[in-house]
Design a protein around this ligand. Structure first.
Ligand code: UTP
Ligand code: MG
Length: 587
């Protein structure tokens, strides 16, 4: 019951995988036709042998024999050529489908909402785009068509055998139940060990990826040895899984050998007697072992191929599951403003990452055009969450966020985001040049604009000094640049996009007074003349803001201007101010 249901699902996936080859249906059809043609062509050679023995060798027809030999060679060449085209076309379709799927997946992943990435390890997404998809290729290259070709061969061979001598064929088939049983057992055992192998590979990949990314921590904390132990354990399990699968092979192949040898023995024993009694010709007796070989080989391979097909379908199922995920932020709005006026309003907004634990509770505030709002609050109070939902990285559950009096959900998503720039707490740089990191390969931004923006921010000087200047190659995640430099680059990135609303998550790390004044100047340049929201940690930034919102555990604790908030007796802001003020005073 259960397995029947599973078969059903597999069948559906198979159809869907084949449907991916639609643009290449001509090549796929060619492969299918070749598969059909190959079966009779292959059987032609043993048949020629049989005819040669019966009609020419024993009749001493030497010229006739030469013709037959040439025919034999011709058949061999024809078969090789057909086989070449068959393999090439079926593999080609597989690769073409895989290429298309990779693009599809990448496209899909980049539009998924962030909550998907919060829940899914990076390793999983890479596995889907690279190795799972590679397995789908096998559905074409080793799966369906070859299986069809093998079945055809088996049927054609059996047909010819019956036609030549049904008695001899029946004798040969006596061992068939054993072969089928052995194949079935092999197929099942290899399936589990294959799955084991794949699971272990995934585990090893994930482990390695994480350690490589966090190599700094591993080395700083002297954790090499412990990590080594963990790696050894994973490595052992991986090896064991491989050995298990080898075990299945090393039992199966000898068993098949024994069965085919027994079959051959039976055939010779019966065939020789029958031949003596003139029931079968000598030619048939010579050709039968060749037929048998053609019968056994595909059957022996079928188990393997079914497994490969199965694996490909499992991979396909995973890939399709990802493609089918409708985890996008809804983009149903139609308003695409050229520009925002810059009025932002939160109206009783409630938000939870997982839909259960409220991270923001009943948040309300308003910012006028050109104003700056400073968000203040202890760590984990929900500041970053406020800007994430404003940027529509996540959807809110209750309340409304409005820009220029219109609910954000009514704007077209990319138009909406393009009018807004976000500078994040931890700056992320991609590998590429400084220039590319600033423009993000947007062709509408010229190098002159970038240089101008850099000068305004105060980053031009240090970028110029880098080897290659704006063409300096940033390593992955910007590892070769200092924190402050990365910050400045991200400021330039925001400024060249000239957003109507600027959001800044100020870095928490303290910096030296000199850089502090550079950063301060940069921030002032950024927020000048536009609506800004700054998650501020430094008093100098906070004091310049038009309004201050003090967050506490997801709630708005205090809201007002600097002067207003200082008036509140036992106020959180006042406490914060006095603490920082004292520090500054002491220093
Ligand atoms: P925030 O990330 O909004 O806090 O997380 P914050 O105010 O900006 O903190 P700092 O100053 O940068 O440190 C608010 C709450 O949301 C949860 C966090 O656990 C925290 O309790 N959170 C955050 C999630 O559940 N998922 C996330 O992806 C991020
Ligand atoms: Mg934060």
């Amino acid at each position: 019951m259960n397995s029947a249901a599973k078969q059903n699902v597999d069948y559906k996936i198979l159809i869907r995988v084949i449907a991916q080859a639609k643009p290449y249906s001509a090549v796929l059809s060619l492969a299918a036709v070749l598969a059909v043609v190959l079966a009779p062509v292959a059987i032609f050679r043993p048949y020629l042998v049989q005819v040669m023995v019966d009609e020419y060798i024993f009749k001493f027809d030497i010229p006739g024999l030469t013709t037959m030999a040439l025919l034999f060679i011709g058949a061999l060449v024809l078969e090789s050529v057909l086989r070449y085209f068959f393999m090439y076309s079926s593999n080609w379709v597989g690769q073409a489908v895989v290429r298309d799927l990779r693009v599809k997946i990448f496209n899909h992943i980049t539009s998924l909402r962030l909550s998907y990435f919060d829940r899914t390890p990076i390793g999983i997404s890479t596995t889907r785009t690279i190795s799972d998809i590679e397995n789908i290729n096998q559905v074409f290259s080793q799966g369906i068509i070859t299986i069809i070709a093998d079945f055809l061969t088996v049927f054609v061979v059996l047909g010819v055998m019956f036609w030549v001598s049904w008695k001899l064929t029946l004798v040969c088939l006596v061992t068939m139940p054993f072969l089928i049983a052995a194949t079935y057992i092999f197929k099942e055992s290899i399936k589990t060990s294959f799955q084991q192998v794949r699971a272990q590979i995934a585990k090893m990949n994930a482990f390695l990826q994480e350690r490589l990314t966090g190599m700094r921590i591993v080395q700083i904390f002297n954790a090499e040895e412990q990590e080594m132990k963990k790696f050894k354990k994973i490595n052992r399990e991986y090896t064991q899984a491989n050995i298990d699968s080898i075990l299945a092979y090393s039992i199966f192949y000898p068993v098949v050998e024994i069965i085919s040898a027994a079959t051959l023995g039976l055939m010779v024993w019966y065939g020789a007697r029958a031949s003596l009694g003139n029931e079968v010709t000598l030619g048939a007796l010579v050709a039968f072992p060749l037929y048998l070989n053609m019968l056994f080989r595909p059957i022996r391979m079928l188990a393997d191929k079914f497994n490969t097909l199965q694996m490909g379908l499992v991979a396909a199922e995973r890939v399709f599951n990802l493609i089918d995920r409708q985890d996008h932020i809804k983009n149903e709005g139609e308003i695409s403003p050229e520009k925002f006026n810059g009025e932002v309003a939160f109206k009783n907004v409630w938000f939870a990452y997982n839909g259960l634990d409220w991270v923001l509770k009943d948040i309300s505030f308003e910012i006028e055009k050109g104003e700056t709002l400073a968000l203040v609050g202890s760590t984990g109070s929900g500041k970053t969450s406020i800007i994430s939902i404003l940027n529509r990285l996540y959807d809110i559950q209750k309340g409304a966020i409005e820009i220029d009096g219109v609910d954000v959900r009514e704007y077209e998503l990319s138009a909406y985001r393009s009018r807004m720039a976000v500078v994040l707490q931890d700056v992320f740089l991609f590998s590429g040049t400084v220039l590319e990191n600033i423009t993000l390969r947007n062709d509408h931004i010229s190098k002159e604009q970038v240089i101008e923006a850099s000068k305004m921010i105060g980053a031009h000087e240090f970028i110029e000094k880098l080897p290659g200047g704006y063409d300096y190659q940033v390593m992955e995640r910007g590892a070769t640049l200092s924190m402050g430099q990365r910050q400045l680059i991200s400021f330039v990135r925001a400024l060249v996009f000239d957003p109507d609303i600027l959001i800044l998550d100020e870095a928490t790390s303290s910096i030296d007074p000199e850089s502090e004044s550079v950063i301060q100047h940069a921030i002032e340049t950024l927020i000048a003349k536009r609506t800004s929201i700054i998650i501020a940690h430094r008093l100098s930034t906070i004091r310049h803001a038009d309004k201050i919102l003090v967050m506490d555990k997801g709630l708005v604790k205090e809201y007002g201007t600097h002067e207003e908030l200082l008036q509140i007796e036992d106020g959180k802001y006042r406490e914060l101010y006095e603490m920082q003020f004292l520090q500054v005073g002491v220093a």
